[in-house]
Design a binder for this molecule. Structure first.
Ligand code: MG
Ligand code: MG
Ligand code: MG
Length: 308
């Protein structure tokens, strides 16, 4: 029976590439694994897979009775609905520890670094398995994406070192230019609806029993959104109402000037203002230097609710 390897719901580049690269490693180690995904791939991922000649992993949303490895998450909310009926053989991640647990011992590689694919590169080194040039290329792209070309506060020395090593394996000299090419593709919001944009990179969290959703769009120029703000706010309210959420937030991150315009939909804005020490005007605020949802947003929301 094959083992499936997949990343979180609403998969990003790290989740898709992590499934492919970890599956390759595991197969080299004699396991029989298949890379899969829980949802549609985003435009950035499509660009990277096309550029380096990869197919998207198989779409599969139900895993009852299967053996699995999880990549880029350890939260029940980001895993398939029937994950409790699967056997989790291992987790490879770089987020806070989530609420997934297992009945049997598992392999766990969770490190506070910039990208799951950096962790996977360390696994390749640990097992002394060579990385093919095409897989090195997409792993490199995943790290550039997650670390926002090294600008994110989540980026560590290990990530920059691993990028250099992967670039040399892949024969890619100007990897920063490749990173900019990816973020230019990511910045193409033309033709997408407000809902598609909000949900393109959206994470659900629960703090106690409160449901919170935070979307993020990382672009090279925030003026792209100038004419869309009303529609974005309106759609965030619809998502909040229909999913019974406490907060829906959207980070519009400008990767060039390094900061985020946050759009907030919440019944009581004071909790947000307190969490981030900001003042909201028309349910928005500019947050200088804020690039990372996992490091600069969610921990502060947790703290604000705990102190209520
Ligand atoms: Mg991810
Ligand atoms: Mg990641
Ligand atoms: Mg990200």
């Amino acid at each position: 029976m094959a083992t499936y390897i997949f990343g979180h719901t609403t998969p990003d580049l790290d989740s898709i590439v992590g499934a492919i690269s970890l599956s390759y490693l595991k197969n080299q180690l004699g396991e029989d694994t298949i890379a899969s995904r829980q949802g549609e791939i985003n435009p950035e991922t499509e660009f990277v897979l096309n550029k380096f000649g990869f197919e998207a992993p198989v779409l599969k949303t139900s895993y009852a009775g299967e053996n699995v490895y999880l990549v880029d998450h350890s939260d029940l909310l980001q895993s398939p609905d029937d994950i409790k009926e699967a056997t989790i053989l291992g987790i490879v991640d770089h987020h806070k520890l989530g609420d997934i647990t297992t009945d049997t011992p598992l392999e766990c590689w969770i490190r506070p670094i910039g990208c799951s694919n950096t962790v996977i590169k360390e696994m390749f080194d640990y097992y002394d398995i060579e990385i093919p040039a095409d897989i090195a290329s997409i792993m490199l792209c995943a790290i550039l994406s997650d670390t926002v070309i090294f600008k994110s506060p989540t980026c560590t020395k290990i990530d920059t070192k691993v990028v250099k090593e992967l670039a040399s394996i892949a024969g890619i000299e100007d990897y920063k230019a490749l990173g900019m090419e990816m973020f230019t593709v990511k910045s193409d919001v033309a033709g997408a609806t407000a809902k598609e944009l909000i949900l393109r990179d959206f994470k659900n969290f629960e703090i106690d029993d409160k449901k919170i959703g935070v979307g993020q769009l990382e672009v090279v120029d925030l003026s792209l959104f100038d004419n869309m703000k009303d529609e974005l706010h309106k759609t965030m309210q619809e998502i909040k109402d229909s999913e019974n959420k406490e907060i829906v937030m959207l980070l519009l991150t400008d990767i060039m000037i390094e900061g985020s315009q946050i759009l907030v939909c919440c019944d009581d804005n004071t909790i947000i203002e307190k969490a981030f020490d900001i003042l909201l005007e028309n349910n928005e605020a500019w947050m200088k230097g804020v690039m990372s949802r996992k490091k600069q947003i969610t921990p502060f929301l947790e703290k604000a609710y705990r102190e209520l």
